[in-house]
Design a binder for this molecule. Structure first.
Ligand SMILES: [Fe+2]
Ligand SMILES: [Fe+2]
Length: 234
């Protein structure tokens, strides 16, 4: 039984705005049904992207004339593939970092420390999965000038890890003034957002395509990546 039925039939170009504002309000454990009079994939992919992949949708009834979808928060359904798992992990890492940043900006360094350390742990695991499990397995073509998506990713990982290690060092030295670490936070925050965006745009589609051709290895990789990333959440 759906918590809400969103009927987009007859709305033509207004369907997008209406769907975006409604699905933005979807909460954990809720299920919204969406009814459409057009093929839903384009619309739903665009909205999902705008909501930073926070929603998961599946088709309940195939049109024409009527398509019925069920939409849930992504955390309420198991990851469907490796890219899905990694995109969720981006959000998780971002949230931890944002929470630490927020506390630093409020002058609460002591409160920021646990979130910051959870971010560091999460970041290391995430990069380990990308660098050590996925890159060697998929072995995508690289260009000698280093401008291919894999080389760019590896370089950005080194930069983010380096900046994070510097900040970790500041924390372990026992900073007593928030202004001393705030610039490091700003630097990492920008670098992380850009890096994740680039990965999701340029590299993940290549990974998805490569993994679709090797379903057995893809399933194995998903399971091992998941256990590596999950180990920290307990
Ligand atoms: Fe990455
Ligand atoms: Fe990533």
């Amino acid at each position: 039984m759906a918590d809400f039925v969103l009927d987009l039939r007859g709305l033509a170009e207004h369907a997008h705005t209406r769907a975006y504002y409604t699905l933005r309000e979807l909460r954990t454990a809720q299920v919204f049904e969406v009814w459409l009079d057009q093929e839903p994939k384009l619309l739903m992919d665009a909205i999902s992207q705008q909501l930073r992949h926070a929603i998961h949708w599946q088709t309940l009834a195939e049109g024409p004339p009527l398509w019925k979808l069920s939409v849930q928060r992504r955390e309420d359904v198991a990851p469907v593939d490796l890219v899905d798992l990694l995109e969720r992990d981006h959000l998780r890492i971002d949230r931890l970092f944002a929470s630490a940043l927020h506390k630093v900006n409020a002058g609460d360094l002591e409160g920021a420390a646990p979130d910051f350390h959870a971010y560091v742990d999460g970041l290391h695991r995430h990069i380990q999965v990308e660098n050590e499990m996925i890159v060697p397995l998929l072995d995508l073509p690289r260009s000698p000038n280093g401008q291919d998506p894999t080389s760019i990713m590896l370089r950005e990982h080194d930069e983010i890890l380096e900046q994070t290690t510097m900040l970790e060092h500041e924390f372990s030295e026992g900073v007593d003034e928030a202004w001393a670490v705030a610039p490091f936070f700003a630097l990492i925050s920008g670098a992380l957002a850009k890096h994740e965006g680039r990965e999701e745009q340029n590299l993940f589609p290549l990974w998805s395509r490569a993994l679709r051709e090797r379903p057995d290895e893809a399933a194995e990789l998903l399971a091992s990546a998941q256990s590596r990333l999950d180990a920290q959440k307990r």
